[in-house]
Design a protein around this ligand. Structure first.
Ligand code: AMP
Ligand code: MG
Length: 352
């Protein structure tokens, strides 16, 4: 299949943009279009069309029990697809939409069944990226859109990542440059009281708490062996091809532990990479040092994370050590993604 690539320049009059109009027409005809959101690139299809939704799963190689997030142009459209919106959901939507927050709500049964993987609930959000909003307005549909990567790989934060994973498998890519937040949306189940955080993301636990008071954290997010209530969180995810380890801890202990492990990997003949923040970059020796943001601006670590993980695949790293962080604010989601990428291989350098 030929994949069209449309570059979207500037934010001027996006509603009339010919590429966005053409992309909206493709969606209405049941085709697949990748588009930028403020979190990562999404792979969109008409959420009411079972064939179109099935083709998302095929293109990504996504397990069929992992439901998709439905994207809407505005909150007003919500009641057409959702049976009721609990008070906590209303408050969170008012505060964070448009934005990187997905709410789990009871659906009306009028979306394609594959969207919700047979669950009685659906994940919904209103994104804030101007290209995403213009596309949603133009097509007038609820758009099911998981991240636009091959299943298991890091999510795409630029159009080139989408091209690498899905070029030739989807109909079009709207290229809006680099995405902003860099990790996926926060997923919160508001069908229960207090609401439960199912996936940390662009809206932090602290920010949620300010709006609704208590928010529980799904035990599956914290403990190995607990099965997560967000089906997608149980899969190997965000992972580069090489064996990855995450090393947490403070300053010197963290740096020296990572270097010791990397030395051992190199001695055993493995092509070795280290993922670190700017502050420590000059301290390491390895085949590749990939710098990911700066500790003085945690948002830059989130923004650059997936591009950095993809870099190790581009160079063919066989073994990777990554700096870990205290899981606060946006770094909560960074640590969640790092530990998934490392399949739980997380070591505290403060302990031996
Ligand atoms: P992605 O679209 O790739 O960002 O993944 C969507 C995430 O939202 C996955 O972790 C899903 O398991 C989760 N999700 C979507 N719908 C639901 C739902 N109804 N209940 C719980 N989690 C959901
Ligand atoms: Mg995904």
């Amino acid at each position: 299949m030929e994949t069209k690539h449309w570059q979207i320049d500037g934010a001027a009059d996006l509603d009339q943009n010919p590429a966005i109009r053409e992309a909206a027409a493709l969606l209405r005809e049941g085709h697949l279009v990748a588009f930028p959101t403020e979190t990562v690139y999404g792979l969109g299809a008409d959420a009411t069309d079972p064939e179109a939704v099935a083709s998302i799963y095929r293109a990504k190689g996504r397990p069929s029990d992992n439901p998709l997030i439905v994207h809407l142009a505005d909150e007003q459209g919500l009641s057409e697809w959702v049976r009721e919106i609990p008070e906590s959901g209303r408050l969170l939507a008012r505060r964070f939409w448009p934005g990187p927050l997905t709410l789990i709500l009871p659906h009306r049964g009028n979306l394609a069944p594959q969207v919700t993987a047979g669950l009685p609930t659906v994940g919904v959000r209103v994104p804030s990226h101007p290209v995403a909003l213009a596309l949603l307005k133009n097509c007038g549909l609820p758009v099911a859109a998981p991240s636009a990567n091959r299943s298991g790989k890091p999510s795409p934060t630029r159009a080139g990542h989408v091209w690498t994973d899905l070029g030739g498998r989807i109909d079009a890519i709207l290229d809006g440059g680099v995405t902003g937040v860099g990790v996926e949306s926060t997923v919160v189940d508001v069908t229960v009281n207090p609401p439960v955080l199912l996936r940390p993301g662009g809206v932090t636990l602290e920010m949620l708490g300010e709006v609704v008071g208590e928010v529980r954290v799904d035990p599956g997010l914290r403990e190995e062996g607990e099965s997560p209530r967000s089906p997608g969180m149980k899969y190997r995810h965000y992972a580069p091809g090489g064996e990855m380890w995450v090393i947490t801890g403070e300053g010197e202990a963290q740096v020296s532990r990572i270097q010791r492990m990397a030395d051992e990997a190199m001695q055993s003949g493995k092509k070795t990479g280290i993922l670190c923040t700017e502050e420590h970059a000059s301290r390491y020796r390895a085949d590749w040092i990939v710098v990911c943001g700066t500790r003085s601006r945690p948002d830059t670590i989130a923004r650059e994370l997936y591009g950095a993980l993809r870099r190790f695949d581009e160079v063919g790293a066989q073994w990777i050590a990554a700096e870990g962080f205290p899981p606060r604010g946006v770094l909560h989601s960074v640590m969640n993604r790092l530990s998934k990428a490392a399949e739980g291989r997380v070591i505290d350098s403060g302990r031996d």
